[in-house]
Structures are given as C-alpha cells and as structure tokens.
Design a protein around this ligand. Structure first.
Ligand code: SF4
Length: 73
C-alpha cells in the first residue's frame, strides 16, 4: 500500500542528474534536459515503504530542492 508521495517540482529542475544517479529505478533524464519521475502522474507518484530510502536520497541529493517525499495522511 502506498505510504508516501514523491513530488517533483519539474519546472524548477536544473537537470543536474543527481537524482538519476542515486535512484535510477525511479528517476531518469528526459530529452528536454530535465529529470523524470518514472510512472508519475502530474509529477507525483505514490510509493511504498521499501522505496522510501531511494527517493529520499534523490531528494537529499537535489541541489535545488525540487524533490519532496511526503508521508501520506
Ligand atoms: S537532482 Fe534535482 S535538479 Fe537535479 S535532475 Fe534531479 S530533480 Fe532535477
């Protein structure tokens, strides 16, 4: 069951690629030079506990702080 929501403020992504390095299962680079949260809907994706660490690391690695992992209410 989804426990967290990953949110990507893609407009402000600078395309550094850090998230794709630390969490490639969920993050990849797009042709427009910005990263993509795989499987997202409106730049959001619900994830399970087991996928928290990877996405948290992506969030922590982002130099412009445009990745957020929020616990679902
Ligand atoms: S780490 Fe942040 S700025 Fe860099 S590609 Fe990922 S979302 Fe974009």
């Amino acid at each position: 069951m989804a426990k967290y929501t990953v949110k990507h403020d893609r407009d402000n992504c600078i395309g550094c690629g850090a998230c794709t390095m630390v969490c490639p299962d969920f993050w990849s680079m797009s042709d427009d030079g910005k990263s993509v949260l795989k499987g997202n809907v409106n730049n959001q994706l619900d994830i399970e506990e087991k996928d928290y660490a990877c996405n948290k690391e992506a969030a922590d690695s982002c130099p412009v702080n445009v990745i957020h992992v929020e616990e679902k209410a």
